[in-house]
Design a protein around this ligand. Structure first.
Ligand SMILES: Nc1nc2c(ncn2[C@@H]2O[C@H](COP(=O)(O)OP(=O)(O)OP(=O)(O)O)[C@@H](O)[C@H]2O)c(=O)[nH]1
Ligand SMILES: [Mg+2]
Length: 289
């Protein structure tokens, strides 16, 4: 399908394969010691795609949340466990009435089975590798709502996936949670970058709209897809967000949990929306989260 917004021109190879081990890249300090262009791609993955977009396309919406490296550094501290700030798996719940009563702000990750929810949480917690987050090649692996505590700062919830091999009680589990959870600050709805929005994703999007709670789109596995496919799927997603949603943050976040692309930015966004860091004014831009 021809997409006039895509201007595929010869240019730098989009996704450079990093020589460094991904574990080393878990820390912002290590990432910023890379050559500037590589560091930029890791921290702000959209910057790599820009070269392939026609000049007429407005980039603003893709970079509404564009914190400084200093802000990312502040956020990173929250993802490092210490005796006074313990990060740990807390508990699992099969039903909303089993969910722990916590006062802290909470964020949750939803999406089709196998889209990479657990892997993303694992990448966010990569500075605390003792926190066990189970991932699997087999869709439908996560069967319960898994709660992780990040000190007294916030909690993160890994949800079972919908679609293929979803747990039978998925709807009974997730809908009441999204509908009634008072401390839920943001829902992150994950979409696979190489396949784009699927029918099941559109149903999830409608469900999020119905609840009228703020939510954010995350495009996963961006290391797996060619730049043409990724841009086509991203622009389609943005179009849907612009024309069919009212509670969705206009900027989708691009991530690769394996290569750590976009993980630093997402950590900073989570720290920000849970009220744990104050961004420097200059880095905030026209942000309305
Ligand atoms: N290449 C690549 N593979 C990924 C990425 N994220 C996850 N995967 C792979 O995708 C598969 C599913 O990952 P999970 O994180 O378990 O997916 P999930 O959404 O939690 O799946 P369910 O729990 O079944 O709903 C695993 O084989 C991961 O290694 C990524 O960023 N890049
Ligand atoms: Mg999972």
């Amino acid at each position: 399908m021809f997409c006039p917004q895509l201007w595929l021109q010869p240019g730098p190879r989009l996704w450079t394969v990093f020589q460094h081990s991904t574990h080393k890249l878990a820390s912002l300090h290590k990432a910023t010691t890379l050559p500037p262009k590589k560091a930029q791609s890791l921290l702000y993955p959209f910057s790599d795609l820009e070269a392939y977009l026609d000049r007429s396309v407005d980039r603003t919406q893709f970079q509404l949340f564009h914190p400084s490296v200093e802000d990312m550094g502040k956020a990173e501290k929250l993802f490092c466990s210490s005796p006074s700030h313990k990060i740990h798996y807390y508990m699992s719940a099969e039903r909303m009435d089993h969910a722990p009563a916590v006062k802290q702000p909470e964020v949750c990750f939803i999406g089709r089975s196998n889209v990479g929810k657990s892997s993303l949480i694992k990448a966010l917690f990569s500075l605390t590798p003792e926190v066990e987050v189970r991932v699997s090649k087999t869709p439908g692996h996560t069967k319960k709502m898994n709660f992780f505590r990040v000190g007294k700062a916030f909690t993160i919830v890994d949800m079972p996936g919908y679609g293929h091999r979803a747990p039978k009680d998925f709807v009974d589990m997730v809908e009441p949670y999204l509908y009634t959870r008072k401390n839920l600050m943001r829902t992150f709805l994950l979409v696979d970058g190489s396949v784009g929005l699927q029918k099941a994703d559109l149903i999830a999007l409608e469900m999020c709209e119905e609840f009228r709670q703020p939510y954010v789109m995350v495009v996963t596995k961006i290391d797996k897809c060619g730049h043409g496919t990724l841009l086509k799927n991203l622009l389609h997603l943005q179009d849907v967000v612009r024309t069919q949603t009212t509670s969705c943050f206009p900027q989708p976040f691009l991530v690769s949990s394996l290569q750590f692309w976009g993980i630093y930015l997402l950590r900073c966004f989570i720290a920000h929306v849970t009220g744990n860091i104050k961004l420097m004014d200059s880095s905030q831009g026209p942000l309305t989260t």
